[in-house]
Design a protein around this ligand. Structure first.
Ligand SMILES: *Cc1c(COP(=O)(O)O)cnc(C)c1O
Length: 404
């Protein structure tokens, strides 16, 4: 499980983060080339036929592959310890590709009820229209996962830690459960990233990414990916993406490729700030609770530390003390409206610290009872901690917290 173990031809993960890529072009560029082309000139009619028949490697058309996208895929495979990766146009299109490739009418999916909102809607509503059944279960209740599995279950899908409550699930236990049922385990690894957590080492079959978040890391482009076995990519995912077309643009692939070079140091620096902020927030008299996997008060602290290499990650949420939902909402809005340096922004995984109010944004469409059941109170604020100086992050938040 050691992250120091040499991989890929004896090179370490740190080295591969800056080196793994397709070969240099004839010009010898040191920074990886950006190939902006939708088509490829074929050396001969015979080669073209062989490439289209899948008998020979070689690029044909942008929907089937691009060398810059291949570089991004090779690098992410190296970081996740996966045999192969397939990049997609966004995180959601990675999930769409996975579901389209693995499921048919009558199949069943078990997923965590705490997953990303669009993931829940895609599985629970959109795929239900095509006869794919699903059951949402409490993230941390292994018995509920087990009880939900049916003879038709093909996929277990979890996210760990989750947004915005940072709930953690036991990946090894879920992998064992999935495999005993002849199903696959997929894990959304957006929050921890391969810098902290590599789900394949815990038995997951597919790792899903929104490259929009920490992989790019600077809030510039949308991207997604599925990391898994070579066989699954070749036999299931590639044939579908070639026809369905949710491919990653070469430019966005290049941005994410360069972003991954600093993923490890960014994740560690941002997590360090998040940990320190979580500790001081927990002491503030206006704060009812802080949700951060790195704090001993987190319900799955020990499991999180085991799975995430003793690091809590860069994202935390906190709940303000209040007597009623209306008051809680007013207090949260007050804190957010006092920000001068940090951003009120629906994204995460940026070098800039981003704050959101989940109850009025990502979870705004739920009824108040549904929101309460999901644990998303009106006083909850999510902080995706960036790289600003901790004193400045703290001062900007305390401006509101101290004037409630
Ligand atoms: C953002 C996000 C997604 C969706 O990714 P997009 O790139 O926005 O499509 C999925 N899962 C998690 C945990 C996310 O944070």
């Amino acid at each position: 499980m050691s992250s120091d173990a040499p991989i890929h031809g004896g090179l370490h993960r740190d080295t591969l983060a800056v080196r793994a890529a397709t070969p240099r072009s004839a010009y010898g560029e040191n920074s990886e080339a950006l190939y902006l082309t939708s088509g490829y000139v074929q050396p001969s009619a015979e080669a073209s036929a062989a490439r289209f028949a899948g008998e020979e490697d070689g690029y044909t058309y942008g929907r089937s592959g691009n060398p810059t996208v291949s570089s991004m895929e090779l690098r992410l495979s190296a970081l996740e310890g996966a045999e192969a990766t397939l990049a997609t146009s966004s995180g959601m299109s990675a999930i769409l590709l996975m579901l389209l490739s693995l499921l048919k009418a009558g199949d069943h999916v078990v997923y965590s009820q705490s997953m990303f909102g669009s993931t829940i809607k895609l599985i629970g509503s959109e795929f239900a229209r095509f006869g794919v059944n699903s059951t949402a279960v409490p993230q941390t209740d292994l018995d509920a996962w087990r009880a939900a599995i049916t003879p038709n279950t093909k996929l277990l899908f979890a996210e760990t830690p989750t947004n915005p409550l940072t709930e953690v699930c036991d990946m090894a236990a879920l992998a064992e459960m999935a495999h005993a049922a002849g199903a696959l385990l997929a894990v959304d690894n957006c929050f921890a990233t391969p810098a902290l957590q590599r789900p394949i080492e815990w038995g997951a079959d597919i790792v899903m990414h929104s490259g929009t978040k920490y992989l790019d890391g600077q809030g510039r482009v949308m991207a997604g990916a599925l990391c898994t076995t070579e066989q699954l990519v070749k036999e299931k995912l590639l044939p579908v993406i070639k026809n369905a077309g949710m491919v990653l643009s070469p430019f966005n692939a290049w941005v994410v490729l360069k972003g991954m070079e600093t993923l490890d140091i960014r994740m560690r620096a941002q997590s360090e700030r998040a940990h320190a902020l979580a500790q001081v927030l927990e002491q503030h008299p206006a704060v009812a609770r802080v949700l951060y996997p790195g704090l001993p008060s987190h319900p799955q602290h020990a499991l999180a530390m085991r799975q995430m290499g003793n690091c809590g990650g860069a994202l935390l949420s906190f709940e303000l003390k209040a007597d009623a939902p209306d008051q809680a909402r007013a207090r949260a809005f007050h804190v957010l409206n006092q920000l001068q340096t940090l951003s009120l922004c629906t994204n995460l995984g940026d070098t800039k610290t981003l704050l959101t109010h989940p109850a009025s944004t990502s979870h705004g469409k739920l009824s108040e009872p549904q929101r309460q059941a999901a644990g998303i109170g009106q006083g909850l604020i999510r902080v995706a901690v960036g790289l600003e100086h901790l004193d400045d992050i703290r001062a900007d938040l305390w401006r509101g917290l101290d004037t409630l």
